[in-house]
Design a protein around this ligand. Structure first.
Ligand SMILES: Cc1cc2nc3c(=O)[nH]c(=O)nc-3n(C[C@H](O)[C@H](O)[C@H](O)COP(=O)(O)OP(=O)(O)OC[C@H]3O[C@@H](n4cnc5c(N)ncnc54)[C@H](O)[C@@H]3O)c2cc1C
Length: 564
């Protein structure tokens, strides 16, 4: 029988929760569902609990027009529906572990008081990083974390009649803000320190985003960082970068990441991990047996690599809140770790990923933790080509060469992107292999997908490679191979642009022209996206040539050209 945790030991527990949004609010509500007798008090230093941080960019962009819509649950609802004592504007100042007490300041009355706990849950979130740059506190420079932040940005846009904005940082929040500032008719420049936007992707998977933003008139400045802010005589901001560029703007959004909020935990002597988050075990218990921690403030294991990591996402925070409540109530719940499954939309483009990137695997390899992997690139339509409106999805699948286990996937496109990543995310969580993706039975009707869904195709390409039927090659290999490079596209495609050293034999002529090819030298085939060149490589291998197919064809080459 399943463990239902019914246990008089947990009845009447006094549970205090610090932080009243994603992790804290979920924990409180779940704790009540598991025990009618527990006393649950939730402290939030801000004015709002249980609000939708993820909706804030869309409130700035006036997609969400009413501020109340951002409030998921009010203190009154927590009281009436769940019998939970929610205290907004109450800041937890210190933890006295020996006495199992916290000290709290009521920010309305400026009075301090103490509360005892049997179980304490820390869900204090993270704080936006604001580097101590000259001018960082000038008016018009904002981070986005809370409802008041978003209100202030909206007011500033109106007050300053903002026409130009600079977004510092090209991750999720940066890109979401691009879209929402553009909705106000503001022209946007992004400054990003890395050599590509969206650090959760590999370089070549971010290239389509760079092109998409350029097509929408967004200027993207990579490999550069802000060094200083100044105010012009006309009140505008001047933004200087390390490379010597100057930008002027009415508004600056700082979106360079967040740092776990650990001050309470650190001052109380709780263990802090190497990634700067509160260290917890599988049951989300900290180094103190009476204290749990959840959400952006903690560090947990990466589900794929087993490394400690900090992943500030709403899904994990909510699930962790739920699991911590279960753990406090004596249930046998464990957190599996994070795989950083995420999605972001920008100006009609969807960017999604799950699991590890190749960058991470390369970094681990350099640190002596080598995970043998292979990757495939593909560009399938989001549904069958004969049904109007098919849009291509750029996909990259990374998998273990030892057992075919799926390690990560990235996808960029306009439609059906997150659906594929969600399927692969579940595959990763169930430790499935590329052979499972090959066999996955997924929904299909012409307007939704294809009889061979992009997920199946990714699995098929990878399985073919692992079985040795169609070994893959990659563009970066061309740096140090003297293999013959064979372009199997049509002559007109070839003439419109090809790899310097490639010869052209169109796929439809290949069987009659195999005598032109060397049998003692490796042949790397390519086409536009890797499909025709797969047919070519198979035909060549069946005729005893040493052929491999370059994954993703010219499309991938164009996306990684800057690195070649
Ligand atoms: C603009 C924006 C957009 C986002 N979009 C997405 C998205 O699309 N998808 C996604 O997965 N994630 C998104 N996130 C991330 C997601 O919101 C966070 O991962 C999630 O809210 C973390 O939950 P949490 O409970 O750990 O922290 P939070 O939700 O930040 O809650 C922590 C709360 O604790 C309070 N607190 C801190 N210290 C104390 C103290 N000492 N006493 C009392 N209260 C305290 C804080 O005031 C805060 O309200 C977004 C975040 C932002 C800011």
């Amino acid at each position: 029988m399943m463990d239902n945790g019914k246990n008089s030991r947990v009845d009447g527990l006094r549970i205090l929760i610090v932080g009243g949004v994603a992790g804290g609010a979920s924990c409180a509500a779940r704790a009540r569902r598991l025990s009618e007798k527990a006393e649950i008090v939730l402290f939030e230093r801000g004015n709002y609990v249980s609000f939708a941080n993820c909706g804030l960019p869309y409130y700035v962009g006036d997609i969400i027009t009413e501020e109340e819509k951002l409030i998921v649950a009010t203190p009154e609802l927590f009281r009436d529906r769940f019998n939970i004592d929610v205290r907004p504007l109450n800041n937890a100042l210190a933890i006295y572990r020996k006495n199992q007490e916290i000290e709290v300041e009521n920010l309305k009355t400026c009075t301090k008081y103490r509360e005892k706990y049997d179980a304490l849950v820390l869900a204090p979130g993270a704080e936006p990083i604001r580097p101590p740059l000259p001018g960082i506190d000038l008016p018009g420079i904002y981070s986005l974390r809370t409802i008041p932040d978003s209100r202030a940005i909206k007011n500033w846009i109106v007050q300053s009649k903002a026409k130009k904005a600079v977004i510092v940082g090209g991750g999720f929040i940066g890109l979401e803000m691009v879209e929402n500032l553009v909705k106000h008719g503001i022209s946007v420049a992004i400054i990003e320190m890395q050599n590509h936007l969206m650090p959760v992707l590999d370089f070549e998977m971010a290239t389509p985003i760079h092109k998409h933003l350029a097509a929408h008139g967004i200027s993207v400045h990579l490999g550069d960082a802000v060094s200083e802010f100044e105010q012009n005589n006309n009140g505008n901001l001047r933004i200087k970068t390390r490379s010597g560029k100057n930008f002027s703007a009415d508004l600056v959004i700082l979106a360079i990441g967040v740092r776990p909020e650990i001050s309470l935990a650190k001052n109380a002597g709780l263990e802090i991990g190497t990634r700067g988050g509160i260290r917890v075990d599988e049951r989300l218990r900290t180094s103190d047996e009476h204290i749990w921690a959840v959400g952006d403030a903690i560090e947990v294991r990466d589900y794929v690599t087993g490394e400690w990591t900090v992943i500030p996402l709403a899904g994990p925070a909510n699930r962790q809140g739920r699991i911590a409540a279960g753990a406090i109530m004596g249930r046998d719940f464990k957190f599996r770790g994070v795989q950083a499954t995420s999605v972001c939309g920008v100006l009609g483009m969807t960017v999604a990923s799950t699991g590890v990137t190749e960058n991470v695997l390369l970094r681990l390899g350099k640190a002596g933790r080598n995970i043998a992997y292979e990757k495939v690139y593909l560009y399938p339509g989001h549904h069958v080509g004969y049904y109007p409106g098919a849009k291509s999805i750029a996909m990259k699948l990374i998998f273990s060469t030892e057992d075919g286990r799926v390690l990560g996937a990235q996808a960029v496109g306009q439609e059906g992107v997150e659906k594929r990543i969600d399927v692969i995310s579940m595959a990763i969580q169930k430790k499935a292999t590329v052979f499972d993706l090959e066999e996955a039975e997924l929904c299909y009707a012409p307007q939704f997908g294809a009889a061979k869904d992009p997920v199946n195709i990714a699995g098929m390409i990878a399985s073919n490679a692992l079985r040795g039927d169609s070994p893959l090659a990659h563009w970066e290999e061309l740096r140090d191979t003297d293999a013959l490079v064979l372009d199997v596209r049509t002559p007109s495609e070839y003439n419109s642009g090809h790899i310097d050293r490639a010869i052209n034999i169109p796929i439809n002529e290949l069987r009659s022209r195999m005598n032109e090819l060397p049998s003692d030298r490796e042949i790397l085939t390519y086409c536009s996206v890797g499909q025709r060149s797969y047919y070519a490589a198979r035909a060549l291998r069946e005729n005893n040539f040493k052929a491999r197919n370059i994954s993703g064809g010219i499309h991938t080459y164009e996306n990684m050209e800057a690195l070649m």
